[in-house]
Design a protein around this ligand. Structure first.
Ligand code: IPM
Ligand code: MG
Length: 308
């Protein structure tokens, strides 16, 4: 049965890396008779320019109708001064949330050819194959209340709320455990349970789920500061890492560097039924956009995840 892909190239290097990925997609589609079709839409700064908002209704409707979404990168200095609620990044967060793409899979694999490109010694990273499972539609990225308010003394105060319910924790932990069953059967859950109640509940809920349903998976826990350190000290100790939205954002950039280049990390963001959006983990790199020098591999690898 024919499947349809919505392509959202975005801003900066987005259109360049997507053009390269589309060439690969076209070859694979023909060679393996995949019967795929695709069309293009606007998300991010280019959508602001054309429609005044980063996620136009027609883009969201097309994304809902498609079998998968392939995304480049959004944002850039051109839109940095725009009112916060309609910045390019808000469009990305909104489409993730609207499509309920709670499970973000970010595999960090070091290809032998890039062993010398990592900032760590080859023996520390050679053969690296870890999977970061990041919760993508909750936590402090979406928690209410949030904002910048003025205090009685006239000073401004910024505030955000980190929040996770048990059901949100369980569904992302389940994804991590299921992924681990396809790999090394080890999950490390990352929290800051020594300080933050929200992650105390996270740790407890993940532990209960493992005991009840995944006794075959080895579960460990790390505080996020220690996890950040362990990732550069001995990254190969990990199989699957599962964590919340903010910690996952940070640790996945760190993991990307282990692979030699942030241009190497693809991702899949999946909903409850496995429908997904596929995007490189890196940004729109405005500093090198338009020169044809951006590394398209993370996008091409995201195509590979989509086809799987
Ligand atoms: C990522 C990016 C996004 C995020 C930004 C662009 C909003 O850093 O996908 O990791 O923070 O999730
Ligand atoms: Mg990030």
């Amino acid at each position: 049965m024919s499947k349809h892909i919505l392509i959202l190239a975005g801003d900066g290097i987005g259109p360049e890396i997507m053009a390269a990925a589309e060439q690969v997609l076209a070859v694979v589609n023909t060679k393996f008779n995949l019967d795929l079709t695709w069309s293009h839409g606007l998300l991010g700064g280019c959508a602001i320019d054309a429609h005044g908002v980063p996620l136009p209704d027609e883009t969201l409707a097309a994304a809902r109708a498609a079998d998968a979404v392939l995304l480049g990168a959004v944002g850039g200095p051109k839109w940095d001064q725009i009112e916060r609620s309609i910045r390019p990044e808000r469009g990305l967060l909104k489409i993730r949330s609207a499509l309920n793409l709670f499970a973000n899979l970010r595999p960090a694999i070091l290809y032998p050819q890039l062993a010398g490109a990592s900032s760590l010694r080859p023996e520390i990273v050679a053969g690296l194959d870890i999977l970061i499972v990041r919760e993508l539609t909750g936590g402090i990225y979406f928690g209410q209340p949030r904002g910048i308010r003025e205090l009685e003394n006239g000073e401004k105060q910024g505030y955000n709320t980190d929040v996770y319910s048990q059901s949100e924790i369980r569904r992302i932990a389940r994804v991590a455990f299921e992924m681990a069953r396809l790999r090394g059967r080890r999950v490390c859950s990352v929290d800051k349970a020594n300080v933050l109640e929200v992650t105390e509940l996270w740790k407890q809920t993940v532990t209960e789920l493992q005991q009840a349903e995944y006794p075959d998976i080895e579960l460990s826990h790390l505080y996020v500061d220690n996890a950040a350190m362990q990732l550069v000290r001995a990254p190969k100790q990990f199989d699957v890492l599962v964590t919340g939205n903010l910690f996952g954002d940070i640790l996945s950039d760190e993991a990307a560097m282990l692979t030699g280049s942030i241009g190497m990390l693809p991702s899949a963001s999946l909903d409850e039924h496995g429908k997904g959006m596929y995007e490189p983990c890196h940004g729109s790199a405005p500093d090198i956009a338009g020169q044809g020098i951006a590394n398209p591999l993370a996008t091409i690898l995201s195509v590979a995840m989509m086809l799987r």
